[in-house]
Design a binder for this molecule. Structure first.
Ligand code: PEP
Ligand code: MG
Length: 764
């Protein structure tokens, strides 16, 4: 992106005498100059002099970011030398500040007329009219600004602009490698070895303390400029060849499941590694004069610049995947064996962003926590981290700058805190917290094989929620009796294209293998609202949560639903299948969906068909609680989706912070609804469970159990705490407390329940 609002191209067409702005020539000259010994400042001085000469510019300056928001003139040819290290601008201030803020090029023939113009009197730059400035950037992180200026109003050419951008990339590489950027005395930067606390966003719960392991140990490119493009191209091809072979070997490996997210990610990587457009781009950078590794990095930087601040999650996720493969290629070019250093056990992984494949490359159990400078709560890596129960923080600004390999790091995924090199007292506080959690975990493990029976002898069944292959090891670890909710859409969301029937069948069969006879409720695709499939068009809707989603899409687009049902039936050969439909709001919808399953069963052409097919529904809309009796008679089982049911019952958006916490399952009105559902299911003999997030919160689970729920499905990590609370509870006594609180006019049954739990030593 460039802003050429006042460029005046063609006014006075060419720059100074001897202008030689071809990127190739400029880089060659730079390489020669930089081959000579010198410190960072000397190199920077050489660079600006050489650019000025080569481009026929009267001024060439480098401004570097210092501290949080200041740009400092760090080298100049043409402006007053006394101003070096003295002249400063805020980010966003003047043309230079705007380039740093927005990460975009500005070119203008009449700088003084530009609305953002602001001049620094100490530099003597008021004489210069023409201005071309580019950001010095690496992977979206702006480090400074490179500027050329001329006295006469004139137009800089596209080629000059490109050449300057390329040199800026080289400067960024050298800065990263530490071979360039001088530190000015007293530049006001905070001492980076001090303890640092970053408030970010928690994306997977849990607390961890450990040594930092840099996901990308700085892959330093001390000299990004190539001597011999032919040689560089050969290196690139050789590294690409090795990368492709490695991916194929991994895909063919014995330990690679036939299905699951790891395989899908690697298959996407194989596509990228063979992408002609990408390889052509890399070769172009090499022809411009970069080394093979600098070319890979330049392509990454360029892609990130193009991505800009796009909020499109699909684009961002594709970028993360592409970036992932680019880094693998870089490692193969820089490290002779292409390997990644494995972290010690209990390490905290620090990365800018992380693809799900990269996360799964770390052996299970090695990482204690993860901190990402970018990343998003809904990203694929976050989904996998939650499945692997690794505390994860995203959007931890400047973590990469703040943290070095081996630094002690605390991750608090519950509240989004990161502490780097924490003070002793902070460490002690967290160690206590952690040790308590460890003790708790050990005590939960001891409960694992006990039947879940309350003090008043009510048997409660505990199941887990899942959606990925990475979730399945938790079945044994948590002692869950089965999968009460398999969110099949996660498998779809991780795929780059609609999974074929065979791919789906493979995955479902893998799930049933791992469940080893325990029941699995396969929920059909629950898309729409916040769950978007990148390859499926969703209409724009004013109220997507109330819109075209889940079963509504399935009934209107029966091809997709039928294909999924066929895949489930095939996967269940010789076993029991439980199909569950999401967001059913009316009996007619359930009848139609159920008929579809029965038709598919009729049509089955299998040697060994499923032994039985049970058909159930999620109860997520209040209307279904009031449905005709026939609904409860037809459904083999019903699972209350409390997340949506609370949202629709109270008309309170579950995604909106202002409304999400206002109402909950302990509200007397909601408990009344639960009692009604329990009764209606009981009358019809329909199996009933509860699978929203509330199932995993001990107090909520107690309140629900006291009102008749006998089966819960929750995140695997919640099974221990919920079981512990249930084992210590007398549900009849809890019910009396809740009823009395309600009858006494209290709208907050919750407080009464909490008090009772404290008095009765029920751990909640
Ligand atoms: C629910 O709504 O409670 C539920 C379990 O479904 P999801 O959270 O996937 O919408
Ligand atoms: Mg739901």
């Amino acid at each position: 992106m460039s802003d050429s609002s006042a460029s005046g191209r063609g006014e006075d067409n060419k720059s100074g005498p001897g202008a030689a702005a071809s990127p190739k020539l400029l880089l060659r000259r730079l390489r020669q100059a930089l081959a000579a010994p010198g410190d960072g400042q000397q190199r920077l001085d050489q660079i600006v002099t050489l650019i000025a000469q080569s481009m026929g510019a009267e001024v060439c300056s480098v401004y570097l970011i210092r501290g949080k928001d200041t740009l400092q003139l760090s080298a100049t040819e043409g402006l007053r030398r006394e101003a070096v290290h003295e002249a400063r601008l805020k980010i966003g201030e003047g043309l230079v500040g705007v380039i740093a803020r927005d990460g975009r090029t500005i070119v203008t023939a009449r700088a003084r007329e530009h609305p953002e113009f602001r001049y620094l009197p100490e530099t003597g730059e008021e004489r210069y009219s023409s201005f071309l400035g580019v950001p010095i950037q690496k992977l979206g992180r702006t480090m400074g600004v490179l500027v050329v200026q001329n006295e006469r109003p004139m137009a800089y050419t596209e080629e000059e602009s490109e050449a300057l951008a390329l040199v800026a990339m080289v400067i960024a590489e050298m800065a990263e490698a530490g071979t360039l950027i001088p530190r000015a005395p007293n530049d006001g930067e905070e001492d980076e070895r001090e303890p640092i606390h970053i408030q970010a966003q928690g994306a997977a719960d849990g607390v961890a303390i450990g040594p930092a392991h840099l996901h990308e140990p700085k892959l330093l490119l001390p000299n990004p400029i190539a001597e011999d493009p032919v040689h560089e191209r050969a290196r690139l091809r050789e590294a690409l060849g090795r990368l492709r072979t490695d991916i194929d070997t991994m895909l063919d490996g014995d330990d690679m499941a036939d299905t699951g997210e790891h395989r899908e990610v690697l298959e996407t990587y194989r596509l990228f590694a063979n992408d002609r457009g990408w390889v052509r781009k890399l070769e172009e950078f090499i022809v411009s004069g970069l080394t093979a590794e600098a070319a890979v990095d330049a392509a990454r930087t360029e892609a990130r610049m193009k991505l800009g601040t796009a909020s499109d999650t699909y684009l961002r996720q594709r970028f993360d995947d592409m970036d992932d493969i680019a880094q693998r290629l870089m490692r193969r070019l820089i490290l002779p064996d292409g390997g990644r250093e494995m972290p010690e056990e209990g390490a905290i992984l620090i990365a800018r962003a992380l693809g799900p494949g990269e996360l799964m490359d770390y052996p299970r159990g090695t990482l204690a926590g993860i901190v990402l400078e970018d990343g998003a709560i809904g990203s694929h890596a976050a989904i996998v981290a939650r499945a692997m129960e690794i505390p994860l923080i995203v959007q931890a600004q400047s973590i990469l700058r703040a943290c070095e390999a081996g630094d002690s790091v605390i991750v608090n995924g519950d509240q989004g805190h990161v502490h780097v090199r924490p003070r002793e007292d902070v460490v002690t506080a967290y160690e206590e917290k952690l040790s308590l959690r460890m003790q708790e975990k050990a005590s939960f493990a001891a409960l694992r094989d006990l039947p879940c029976r309350t003090l008043d002898a009510c048997e409660i069944r505990l199941y887990m929620n899942g959606g990925l292959a990475a979730d399945l090891p938790s079945l044994n670890e948590s002692g869950a009796e089965g999968v009460g909710l398999l969110r099949t859409e996660l498998h779809f969301m991780l795929n780059k294209a609609m999974p074929t029937r065979e791919e789906q069948a493979k995955f479902y069969s893998h799930v049933l293998d791992k469940a080893a006879g325990r029941p699995v409720n396969f929920r059909t695709l629950d898309i729409g609202s916040d769950k978007v499939l990148p390859y499926m068009k969703q209409p724009r809707e004013a109220n997507p949560a109330l819109g075209w989603r889940a079963i509504r899409v399935g009934l209107d687009r029966p091809v997709v639903l039928r294909m999924q049902l066929q895949a489930m039936l095939r996967a269940a050969s010789g076993r029991s299948l439980r199909v569950m439909f999401p967001m059913v709001a009316a009996l007619a919808e359930f009848e139609k969906a159920r008929a579809m399953v029965l038709e598919e069963v009729e049509r089955l052409d299998m040697d060994v068909p499923p032994t039985e097919v049970k058909i159930g529904a999620m109860l997520e809309t209040p209307s279904l609680a009031f449905a005709q009796k026939r609904f409860f008679e037809l459904a083999d089982f019903v699972s209350i989706g409390g997340n949506d049911l609370v949202q629709f019952f109270f008309a309170a958006d579950r995604m909106n912070e202002r409304t999400a916490g206002r109402y909950g399952v302990t509200h007397p009105a909601f408990l009344g609804l639960i009692r009604m559902i329990v009764e209606r299911c009981g009358e019809a003999g329909t199996e009933l469970s509860f699978c929203g997030e509330a199932a995993g919160r001990p107090l909520d689970a107690l309140a629900l159990a006291a009102n008749g729920i006998r089966a819960f499905s929750m995140r695997p990590a919640s099974i221990g705490p919920v079981k512990r609370a249930l084992l210590a509870a007398d549900l009849a006594a809890l019910r009396v407390v809740a009823d009395e609180a309600e009858a006494g006019g209290s709208t907050r049954v919750r407080d009464a329940l909490i008090e009772h739990c404290h008095e009765s030593m029920i751990p909640i």
